[in-house]
Ligand binder design. Structure first.
Ligand code: FES
Ligand SMILES: [Fe+2]
Length: 391
């Protein structure tokens, strides 16, 4: 990795020097720049509402005006305070700084007025940073990066079928005290299902979830890297590619057993995509697919935004899915089952926090797909995010 791609100071240069695989990935503690990230759900930001978010270490204010969500940097040009400390909006199209009244137009970030000093020469001359925002499937996506022209399409930063017409999406989000990569690797890890063995979801939906899914070799996962399309790594969970383990023994003594006879043999494949979104298909039911993002908040936290998608024929089916989602899948899957994942990530974070974990870890055969993900992300990311003091 060239020095200009990763200026030092936030990941120890001596550590990076010793990383053999996926060096850019290891350097991307704050995430990959110039990608689209979901910040929240569309329903969480009403007309004229202002919502502060933090993505990849950048503080951003979102405001919805006439249906459209706009993003500006949450830092006043004047004295650098966070506008979100006290949100003041006197007109629909603007946000005013609570301190001295600098007023910014949300559409283009222009300093269009200073409420207490209307004759100032800087009015109309300075602009606060803006962020492209796009809504899709009930999610608000923000492009965190530079003024790229053309802007990469959202379709390249989501799993290939996520934007399909007819796919209804519902989900939840929470903040997790772990780096975003710890999130990605927990989701994509094919033997971590060990932690889920007692989940209520398994009994409730008669799932044949093994204690581990052991890949038979390199052919059990495949990289997808066509130009102009999403970049990701696919795991194949069919009997040709993996061995499901349902009986756990220590010294020939059986200690745990799964239920291979259960009706729902899921999932069939899991894939992970840049900039850090997992697709589990089908899951947690034969008619559903789980899509989940691990969005960097900063170097030590991520937004775990998880959704279920279902192909529906119309509004009525979508409403039926919504009822089922609220009554069953939200509590059992996204909030029940996935709490195990949150717990595991927060428990993993200690080891990787100072970046020495990337050198001290001892991965084994089953982690080959994770290595492949690190390589692919290093090859295809659009830039490494730096912490604020280096940007
Ligand atoms: S710090 Fe915002 S107007 Fe002065
Ligand atoms: Fe999991």
């Amino acid at each position: 990795v060239s020095a200009e791609r990763i200026p030092g100071g936030f990941v120890d240069a001596a550590i990076l020097e010793r990383v053999r695989i996926g060096r850019e990935y290891v350097a991307a503690k704050y995430g990959f720049r110039n990608h689209w990230y979901p910040a929240l759900f569309s329903a969480e930001i009403a007309e004229e509402q202002v919502v502060p978010v933090q993505l990849l270490g950048e503080r951003i204010l979102l405001k919805r005006v006439d249906g459209q969500v706009y993003g500006i940097r949450d830092r006043c040009l004047h004295r650098g305070v966070q506008l979100s400390r006290k949100i003041e909006c006197f007109t629909k199209n603007t946000i005013t700084c609570w301190y001295h009244g600098f007023t910014y137009r949300v559409q283009d970030g222009m300093l269009c007025n200073i409420v207490g000093a209307p004759q100032s020469a800087v009015i109309g001359k300075k602009r606060i940073r803006t962020y492209p925002v796009q809504e899709a499937k009930g999610l608000v996506f923000v492009f965190v990066g530079d003024d790229l022209n053309p802007l990469p399409p959202l379709a390249e930063d989501v799993p290939p079928d996520f934007l399909a017409p007819g796919l209804a999406v519902r989900g939840v989000r929470s903040d997790v005290n772990a780096n975003w990569r710890v999130g990605c690797e927990n989701g994509f890890d094919s033997t971590h299902i060990f932690i889920h063995r007692d989940a209520e979801l398994i009994r409730n939906n008669d799932l044949a979830l093994p204690l581990g899914l052991v890949p038979k070799g390199r052919s059990s996962f495949q990289s997808v890297e066509e130009p102009g399309a999403p970049k990701g790594v696919f795991d194949l969970f069919d009997p040709d590619h993996v061995t499901p383990v349902f009986e756990g023994a220590i010294d020939q003594q059986t200690v745990l057993t799964g239920n291979p006879e259960a009706a729902n043999k899921l999932p069939h494949h899991i894939s992970i995509w840049l900039p850090g979104v997992l697709r589990v298909h089908p899951w947690p039911d034969p008619t559903l697919t789980q899509y989940e993002w691990y969005v960097p908040i900063d170097g030590e936290r991520h937004i775990y935004l998880r959704t279920l998608g279902k192909l529906v024929a119309g509004a009525e089916e979508e409403q039926q899915f919504e009822r089922e989602f609220e009554a069953r899948w939200r509590p059992l899957a996204l909030e029940g089952f996935n709490l195990d994942d949150i717990w595991a990530r927060e428990a993993t974070e200690d080891f990787y926090r100072d970046d020495t974990g990337w050198l001290r870890e001892q991965l084994f055969e089953a982690d080959g797909n994770i290595i492949e993900w690190r390589r692919l992300a290093s090859r295809h990311n659009r830039g490494i995010q730096l912490p604020e003091h280096l940007r």
